[in-house]
Design a protein around this ligand. Structure first.
Ligand code: HEM
Length: 130
């Protein structure tokens, strides 16, 4: 097994990750039924997102926090959902890659997920939504 070295590797990681996500009972329906995600649009966006995070390239333009705040109005984004998301992400990385970048992308995913979980479920955010 090799490390995550370039965009081709990111594409492989992201494609495998969302293939598992779609089959997951906890978060799959949020993508396929609640958000009714257009994969031809979402996947390239996620390639850009992870390439920006891992290789410090400013190619992703967007605001993931805002996207998930509005998603949280339509679906449950709580401990169970974030645990499912992180478990699938970590397992996908570990199945495909090994090395420094593989460890880094898991740490980044963990930090962003934990921050997102905290912000979405903090009392201040609940007041803003109401
Ligand atoms: C409970 C966990 C999560 C669920 C159920 C979830 C679900 C979704 C869905 C359904 C979308 C598509 C929204 C749309 O196209 O209308 C989306 C977009 C996105 N998600 Fe998540 N997500 C989760 C956690 C995360 C985490 C932890 C990250 C980052 C580490 C992340 C990064 C993104 C990004 C970058 C986008 C694209 C935002 C944009 O620019 O439009 N998500 N997510």
């Amino acid at each position: 097994m090799k490390d995550i070295e370039n965009r081709t590797d990111i594409i492989s990681l992201v494609d495998h990750f969302y293939s598992k996500v779609q089959d997951d009972q906890t978060i799959g329906p949020i993508f396929t039924q609640v958000a009714n995600v257009d994969w031809s649009h979402h996947l390239p966006k996620m390639y850009d997102f992870w390439e920006s995070i891992l290789f410090a390239k400013a190619i992703y333009k967007g605001n993931p926090m805002l996207t998930h705040f509005s998603l949280n109005e339509k679906a449950s984004l709580k401990e169970e959902e974030f645990t499912a998301w992180k478990t699938i992400f970590f397992n996908t990385v570990d199945e495909l890659f090994v090395g420094e970048n593989a460890e880094t992308i898991k740490q980044k995913a963990q930090s962003i997920a934990d921050l997102m979980h905290f912000k979405i479920n903090s009392p201040k955010q609940k007041i803003n939504i109401v």
